[in-house]
Design a protein around this ligand. Structure first.
Ligand code: SAH
Length: 351
């Protein structure tokens, strides 16, 4: 048996690999090995979560952002994007529609838009809680103070998504001229300590990213043990400094999804929109490589196209995302069942 096969067996059996082992695997993996890897990740997912795929309604409520991330289409310096901001009433109306469709988790995501003060967000969370007592509310609004995170949790937020983006401090600071590596990590730790279900994660194929960086991403996740892990390919946006760079690949992203499943087996892992953008079957491939969440965009169609983090993003204007039956059929065709319940992480359930 080759060294690589031993490593695949090891990660399947022990849910652990050293950084060196991960690097060896990433450097030497063949297409045949990838199939074995995806199979192990699928079996591991099934052992922890069965064949369920949890759906979350994603509401992109503002594309206004004070940060200037080099890869992102809604960065502050992009003067070409038409900006929008949904009012709390519009966000509630969107939750209402989502709730009628059957969603029981809402993910509120935005640029870092300080128009939404702590007070506004607290009122919004209370209003959502009041109307839909049993739903899970996830925030993905970037960096705020620990005191604010605490009040948002007290007001009813359950979960918080904040990708660490890359585990390389040098690459992080190059890509985020307005942000600090340590600060991002501190936010993630604070969110976890406060009691949120926390989602971390990273992009694959960032310009300048090495295999050692990707191995470090996985090691960081293994150590941090988040409830959710978002992994997507980098996709360039022409109105950014990285507009001429190449996208991350489907294969590289799927390998990272599968390894994340094996290393952090009790986590919730979305088949990301970015993967679905890279390949029409991207999300199905991810579900077969260990992912178990899909986050359909339920942002009002009037502004949906303006939340363009990268180019050619799928917006569901083919109705697919708005039609839960269609999505359900698609997920079933891939061999899984849709679950519309809150879908908490196994780690959270056993806490
Ligand atoms: N402002 C929030 C939400 C960020 S947008 C926050 O700071 O958490 C959600 C995610 O989209 C980001 O974390 C990033 O990983 C991803 N993203 C942004 N631009 C991208 C691009 N060009 N290609 C792929 N993913 C991108």
């Amino acid at each position: 048996m080759s060294n690589l096969h031993n490593l695949l067996e090891k990660v399947y059996r022990t849910n652990d690999l050293t950084k060196e082992e991960i690097m060896y695997l990433l450097e030497n993996v063949t297409q045949a090995d990838r199939e074995v890897l995806y199979g192990y990740a699928l079996k591991t997912k099934q052992a922890y979560y069965g064949d369920k795929v949890y759906l979350r309604g994603l509401i992109e409520f503002s594309n206004i952002c004070r940060q200037d991330c080099l890869y992102c289409g809604i960065r502050a310096s992009n003067g070409k994007v038409e900006r929008y901001r949904l009012t709390p009433e519009e966000i509630l109306a969107c939750c209402d529609q989502g709730h009628k469709l059957g969603y029981r988790t809402f993910v509120l995501q935005s640029g870092e838009d300080l128009w939404y003060t702590e007070e506004i967000l607290v009122d919004l969370l209370c209003a959502i809680r009041k109307s839909y007592p049993g739903v899970a509310i996830t925030l993905s609004i970037g960096e705020r103070s620990v005191a604010t995170y605490q009040r948002l949790l007290a007001a009813g937020a359950d979960r918080f998504l904040m990708r660490h983006e890359t585990a390389s401090p040098e690459l992080y600071e190059k890509l985020h001229p307005t942000m600090r590596f340590e600060e991002r990590r501190a936010c993630l730790s604070a969110l976890k300590n406060l009691g949120y279900q926390v989602g971390a994660g990273f992009m694959v194929g960032l310009p300048g990213q090495t295999l050692a960086d990707l191995a470090e991403d996985l090691r960081y996740l293994k150590e941090f043990h988040p409830d959710m892990i978002g992994i997507g390919p980098f996709i360039p946006h022409s109105e950014t400094p990285l507009g001429a760079e190449k996208s991350g690949t489907l294969e590289a992203t799927l390998v990272m999804v599968a390894l994340a499943r094996l290393l952090i087996p009790d986590s919730l892992i979305p088949a990301t929109t970015a993967l679905g953008t890279l390949d029409p079957q991207g999300r199905e491939f991810a579900l077969k490589a260990g992912a178990n969440v899909v986050m359909p965009i339920i942002t009002p169609t009037s502004v949906r196209k303006q939340y363009a983090l990268y180019e050619n993003k799928i917006y569901g204007d083919d109705q697919l995302e708005d039609c839960l039956d269609c999505l359900e059929r698609r997920i079933q065709a891939a061999g899984f069942e849709v679950d519309l319940s809150r879908g908490d992480s196994q780690q959270f359930i056993s806490r």
